[in-house]
Design a protein around this ligand. Structure first.
Ligand code: PXG
Length: 463
């Protein structure tokens, strides 16, 4: 037992009795007992049994500066003592929120200069949905209400976020998607095509946006929303032709472009924002996660001058959250941005650690269980396949082999998530080359163990 007055078994029993976990089959978890994480430092977690794990997922894609930065704790303490809470609703403001808004305006590309704060990425995307409709209504075009999104996208799990997202499992529960949201296909070359080059496929998938605008009628379309790189969908890196074509279509058509940078923001691609990486000019950019490196919950919608002016023309936007621009979360986010900037963490990812990760991660592509190893910035995925030459899927239920991989990773000191039969990583941006070596060596061991089990269990059969 480390740090706690309760034993692991006692904590697991309390957890099973009273705690409902997100995206979790409770019955299955409670039988097994949750792994209880008690501390963390740098890129390492420690559990209640004192075992360490290299956190290949930055928590949940968010701890960009790594764990254990006392400066953020001190910023929170200072702000709590000075002004722990005040709202920003009724013509009031406070120093941390206005300073953070100004800093975000500086860091984000183009004239994305205005921030509407939320407590999370889901809330920010819910804001976006109401905001784009209200924007068009304010511009005298109330019929522009449709939002085009993509299958297998993730934009959160609230009614709006879950509807904008294109995950079948989420849509199957609770009456989603809500009306007025349509989904086009994702640019997932590895899994969805065998007769086009990635470049041809990227153009084809981007042009589905144009076709969908025409089908609905441009006069009825408010916006298109997408992640620069799909994260929860399985680190899907679009072909190089995809985003320039999407930008062309958005430029030619009267629709807003919402770029959801909840994962790709704050350095994950080696640029401050994925929009810079891909040369995008969003009208609205969604932020959360890495904004505070996950130390406190905060998110937001960063909007350009055009959208801000349009909203202003519409009078009051009847929308907001008690914790929009929470002073303590804002103070912590500011400190996080200071550290990211002053320690040169983002350019270091671009020049040093991302190229090193790319080189080492690509080596895993030679493993017999791996159909493709891809990475970009501090994001990586391995497509597991029973027949790598043909990129075939497994005959077993999707995720059976991936889950074995996840279990092997956890058992061997590495947090690596599985999305179906993909293994994915998104390590803290501060991971060092020697920690990358450790991550890749552990991942290689996980692949060996998983391959052996898959063979034993007769799972190496193509669909
Ligand atoms: N947009 C994107 C692109 C995200 O990745 C959200 C919005 C929602 O943010 P909040 O803060 O409401 O969770 C996300 C969140 C996973 C996983 O399993 C990914 C996310 C959240 C939870 C789990 O990969 N991404």
């Amino acid at each position: 037992m480390a740090d706690n007055h309760l034993s692991t078994a006692e904590m697991q029993a309390l957890d099973a009795a009273h705690h409902l976990h997100p995206f979790t089959d409770s019955a299955a978890l409670n039988k097994k007992g949750a792994r209880i994480i008690t501390r963390a430092e740098g890129v390492y977690l420690t559990d209640s049994e004192g075992q360490t794990l290299l956190d290949g997922m930055s928590g949940l894609w968010c701890v960009n500066i790594g764990y254990g930065r006392a400066e953020l704790a001190e910023a929170a303490k200072r702000q709590m003592l000075q002004l722990p809470y005040y709202n920003t609703f009724f013509q009031t403001s406070h120093p941390p929120v206005l300073e953070l808004a100004a800093r975000i305006a500086e860091l984000t590309p183009g004239d994305l200069d205005h921030v509407f704060f939320a407590g999370s990425g889901s809330e920010a995307n819910d804001t976006n949905l109401r905001m784009v409709r209200h924007y068009w209504a304010s511009m005298g075009k109330p019929e522009k209400t449709y939002v085009i999104a993509r299958k297998n996208a993730y934009h959160g799990s609230t009614m709006g976020g879950g509807s904008l997202g294109g995950m079948a499992g989420i849509h199957a529960q609770g009456g989603l998607p809500i009306p007025g949201i349509v989904h086009i296909n994702q640019p997932h070359w590895y899994a969805e095509v065998d007769d086009l080059t990635p470049e041809e496929f990227g153009l084809q998938r981007a042009r589905e946006l144009e076709a969908e605008i025409d089908r609905l009628g441009e006069h009825r379309v408010a916006a298109f929303i997408a992640e620069p790189i799909q994260g929860a969908g399985g680190v899907i890196i679009p072909p190089t032709t995809y985003w320039p074509e999407i930008q062309r279509i958005c430029d030619e058509r009267e629709i807003l472009l919402i770029v959801d940078e909840v994962i790709t923001g704050f350095g994950r691609t080696g640029k401050w924002f994925g929009s810079e990486y891909y040369g995008l000019r969003p009208d609205i950019l969604t932020i959360a996660k890495g904004l505070s490196s996950g130390y406190l919950p905060i998110g937001g919608s960063v909007v350009n001058n055009k959208v801000a002016e349009g909203l202003a023309a519409g009078g009051e936007f009847a929308h907001g959250y008690t914790f929009s621009g929470h002073p303590v979360a804002a103070a912590v986010a500011l400190e996080n941005l200071r550290i990211l900037d002053e320690e040169g963490i983002v350019p270091k990812v671009e020049a040093e650690t991302a190229p090193y990760l790319a080189k080492r991660w690509a080596e895993l592509g030679d493993h017999p269980l791996v159909g493709e190893a891809r990475s970009l910035g501090m994001l990586g995925a391995l497509e597991l396949s029973p027949d790598k030459a043909n990129r075939f899927k497994f005959a077993a239920d999707e995720g059976t082999v991936g889950y074995l991989g996840r279990e092997n990773a956890f058992a061997n000191g590495l947090v690596m998530r599985h999305v179906g039969d993909k293994m994915i990583i998104a390590p803290p941006l501060v991971i060092t080359p020697s920690e990358i070596d450790e991550l890749v060596e552990k991942a290689a061991l996980v692949l060996d163990l998983t391959l052996a089990q898959a063979k034993d269990q007769g799972l190496m059969v193509a669909a």
